[in-house]
Ligand binder design. Structure first.
Ligand SMILES: *[C@@H]1O[C@H](CO)[C@@H](O)[C@H](O)[C@H]1NC(C)=O
Ligand SMILES: *[C@@H]1O[C@H](CO)[C@@H](O)[C@H](O)[C@H]1NC(C)=O
Length: 384
């Protein structure tokens, strides 16, 4: 009797869930997506060698040492979140679009570039490869890859098929530098917030552009808690009242959260405007902040201190990979810590492979996504 009652309760609870999220259930009963390619856009958080190719200068050792055993164009001791995403679909690690030697684009291309912003910048210190340029590169890559395929067999093994542009997953991880650029120009938080809508309007036009070229599945990371990174904590003036209990700079994190709220609204509007698109918004901010704020609970140590570097409160006085000349010899000063596998921040700006994997593991099941669908379901459109 009690058992039957319980079953009834469970059943009606289940029914309540189903009726409030009918299309979610529909999405979850659909088959897993088989993305034949990934096209990624972003900054150094997902740059797999674009910067290195453009500036003819490899990311220095000890970057790459944990996984690749040598520098691999990535700002980390190993793999990035985008590498784990590509691997989960059985795809090779993405070749940077700018890498002219030895690239294989059958499984997609990576347009990400270290330091990239969404908006084109005018200051000389910022990278020219903004999302505006990355979008132009995609516009070039799409038709030219098809022209190359028509040339013959070798090219067919190096370039994606036309239909793969519609079946691909389009991933985005960008915005952090749009916010910090303002601070480095001495703007106030209010001044930075004031230009966020323009940044996001531009972001939306790039999604629309890809949609018009057949793109249907979009996976968009929001921006992380940059106020917890040594490169900001060390370089910008922060008063004691502006530091939270974890040690992160509150103004930067608040502006990141402001950006993320607006981004979420822009994504909701894009779902209305692009009726065939499946667009997933992923709350990377919350994942990264919970890792940094509860580091020891998750097996990590010294959450705000760079693993690779030398000197100062954040081990960031001399940056990762930097050398000094002493007694006529070059000496590597920006060295790795002993055990990057228990550290979160790699070089003061980017995460270690261990932290990237930890973040990926929470991205993949959809618990931080809107709609809450796993990565493997990201081709299915769900609108509540
Ligand atoms: C490029 O990668 C694809 C997929 O991994 C593979 O099938 C193809 O043989 C590669 N092309 C060349 C020329 O190595
Ligand atoms: C920002 O302010 C600092 C300190 O007053 C100054 O040294 C720096 O030149 C300023 N930067 C810009 C871009 O105005």
């Amino acid at each position: 009797m009690a058992c039957r009652f319980l079953r009834l309760v469970v059943l009606s609870a289940l029914l309540a869930v189903i009726t409030s999220f009918p299309s979610l259930v529909l999405a979850l009963t659909q088959t897993q997506c088989e993305f034949p390619a990934i096209f990624n856009f972003g900054d150094s958080n997902s740059d797999t060698g674009g910067f290195a190719a453009a500036f003819g200068q490899q990311v220095p050792p000890p970057n790459g040492e944990t996984y690749f055993r040598a520098p691999a164009g990535r700002y980390s001791d190993g793999r990035l979140i985008i590498d784990f995403i590509a691997g989960s679909f059985g795809l090779s690690y993405l070749s940077p679009y700018l890498n002219s030697v030895g690239s294989n684009f059958t499984g997609g291309a990576n347009f990400a570039f270290a330091g990239a912003t969404i908006r084109q910048q005018t200051t000389s210190s910022s990278t020219p490869f903004s999302l505006f340029i990355q979008n132009n590169e995609f516009n070039d890559f799409h038709p030219r890859s098809q022209m190359a395929r028509r040339k013959g067999i070798v090219w067919q093994e190096l370039m994606p098929k036309e239909e793969d542009f519609s079946r691909a997953l389009y991933t985005f991880d960008i915005g952090q530098y749009d916010l910090t650029v303002g601070y480095f120009l001495n703007m106030s938080t209010d001044q930075v917030k004031a230009y966020v809508p323009d940044v996001l309007n531009q972001f939306a036009t790039y999604i629309e552009n890809i949609y018009l070229q057949g793109g249907r599945s979009f996976w968009i990371h929001n921006t992380g808690p940059a106020g917890c990174l040594p490169y900001l904590l060390d370089q910008l003036l922060i008063t004691a009242e502006q530091v939270d209990k974890v040690g992160c700079a509150t103004p930067f994190n608040e502006v990141a959260q402001y950006f993320n709220q607006r981004l979420k609204e822009v994504v909701a509007q894009l779902r209305k405007d692009l009726p065939l698109a499946a667009i997933t918004y992923v709350d990377v901010y919350s994942i990264k902040y919970s890792l940094i704020s509860q580091a020891s609970k998750y097996g990590f140590k010294r959450p705000l201190v760079a693993c690779c570097g030398y000197g100062g409160k954040y081990n960031y006085n001399i940056q990762c990979g930097m050398k000094i000349i002493k007694d006529g010899k070059q000496i590597l000063m920006g060295k790795s810590c002993k055990d990057p596998s228990v550290r979160i921040i790699w070089d003061g700006i980017h995460f270690t492979e261990a932290a990237n994997k930890w973040v990926y593991d929470r991205i993949v099941d959809g618990s931080y996504s809107d709609p809450p669908i796993p990565l493997k379901m990201a081709c299915h459109r769900f609108v509540n």
